[in-house]
Ligand binder design. Structure first.
Ligand SMILES: Cc1cc2nc3c(=O)[nH]c(=O)nc-3n(C[C@H](O)[C@H](O)[C@H](O)COP(=O)(O)OP(=O)(O)OC[C@H]3O[C@@H](n4cnc5c(N)ncnc54)[C@H](O)[C@@H]3O)c2cc1C
Ligand code: FES
Length: 343
């Protein structure tokens, strides 16, 4: 008999396929546990190992604290049983209800057709895909979708939805092109207007929480994608919560959609947009300069009582987490999506 995983406090045991993660085994067997990125980047899928041997993939180093490791906490998306493993999610996912666990995950497979490709900056592109079958998607802003690498057997990449959830007949992605990236380097080439794509989703727990707290968004690079979706939904729901969006780029040429965001700022009293350049010397710029975390610190010497949503490269998120927690923002009010490699 192969390896198994037993999930406490539910007391259910599932078979695990060779090379399969504990998270994948639980989801494949029709149950749901909390997860976000599925790649060791967001810390959402923490669980305590009660018994048994396992190995962990690389990439969890920045997602688990020393205290977590010392107390036997692992990331289910990066853990492979070596024999029969018992994990307990009672302490790490205490807000997961029996109903949510038993309902399993609600993931749909789609085909879609590329309708538009836009160059936002020299390495950030927009891709708009019309959904063909099924023809609409239900998602919460902040969630992401997986797209199959064209021509591959079973290679998928993760990208966050940038469209409002009300625009459910298409998917708008903001993609940073990675040189030699199996998927992103095809955008505008093999992936062109008219290309048929396979997609599946939605995935992830990155979403705006209902509260009265002022919001701080911090993003860099293509991390702008989920923020655009979240902002659209805030606008459509007649939001009045103050929200500040700090966006970091290197130069003026690396800033996507600045005019659109400034227009939103003009139209909505509750919204402030603060683009900042870390390498402003090369072109005229009268806005903020420095690392986005320095700008965050200048604008918010105290972040007590705020709620923060961070998205982009892992290093930026880790630095922003430090700035936010040391300036008073409670850890439980900080939510983030690390854009780690998803291949
Ligand atoms: C939950 C989630 C949501 C995401 N949303 C977005 C999004 O909206 N927009 C977006 O542009 N990206 C997003 N990403 C990141 C994206 O999925 C990866 O960058 C993806 O691997 C790119 O695929 P690729 O085939 O082009 O590169 P790959 O073939 O996967 O990688 C090629 C090489 O580049 C490295 N690499 C890949 N991605 C990165 C990266 N992000 N940073 C540094 N090195 C990298 C790999 O390690 C590898 O060596 C998201 C990731 C996650 C986990
Ligand atoms: S889902 Fe496991 S760390 Fe993100």
């Amino acid at each position: 008999m192969g390896d198994t995983v037993t999930v406490q406090p539910f007391g259910e045991t599932f078979p695990v396929e060779p090379g399969e993660t504990v998270l994948s085994a639980i989801l494949r067997n029709g149950r749901f546990v909390k997860y976000g990125c599925k790649h060791g980047g967001c810390s959402t899928c923490r669980a305590e190992v009660v018994e048994g041997d396992f190995s962990q993939s690389d990439g969890t180093s920045f997602s688990l604290s020393d205290a977590d490791r010392d107390s036997g906490v692992v990331l289910l998306c990066s853990t492979y049983p070596e024999g029969d493993l018992v994990v307990d999610i009672g302490g790490t996912m205490d807000d997961l209800t029996d109903e949510e666990y038993n309902a399993g995950q609600d993931v749909v497979e789609f085909t879609g057709t590329v309708d538009r490709i836009v160059d936002y900056t020299r390495d950030i592109k927009g891709i708009e895909i019309i959904l063909d079958e099924p023809s609409s998607i239900s998602f919460v802003p902040g969630q992401y979708i997986e797209i199959q690498v064209p021509g591959s057997n079973d290679e998928w990449r993760s990208f966050s939805m940038a469209n409002p959830s009300s625009l459910d007949s298409r998917v708008h992605l903001v993609v940073r092109v990675i040189p030699n990236g199996r998927f992103t380097s095809l955008v505008g080439k093999e992936i062109a207007v008219g290309t048929t794509m396979n997609l599946r989703g939605p995935f992830g727990q990155f979403a705006i929480r209902l509260s009265y707290r002022p919001i701080i968004f911090v993003a860099g690079g293509s991390g702008i994608a989920p923020v655009l979706s979240m902002l659209s939904d805030l606008i459509e729901s007649d939001n009045e919560r103050p929200a500040t969006f700090l966006y970091g780029a290197r130069t003026v040429a690396d800033l996507p959609m600045v005019d659109e965001l400034r227009e939103l700022e003009r139209k909505h009293d509750w919204f402030t947009f603060i683009p900042a350049l870390s390498d402003a010397d090369r072109t005229p710029w009268d806005g903020e300069t420095g690392l986005i975390t320095e700008v965050l610190n200048r604008h918010f010497p105290s972040t007590k009582g705020h709620e923060s949503y961070l998205c982009g490269p892992p290093a930026m998120i880790d630095a922003a987490l430090d700035v936010l927690t040391s300036s008073g923002c409670k850890e439980r009010h900080i939510f983030f999506d690390r854009f780690v490699p998803s291949g």
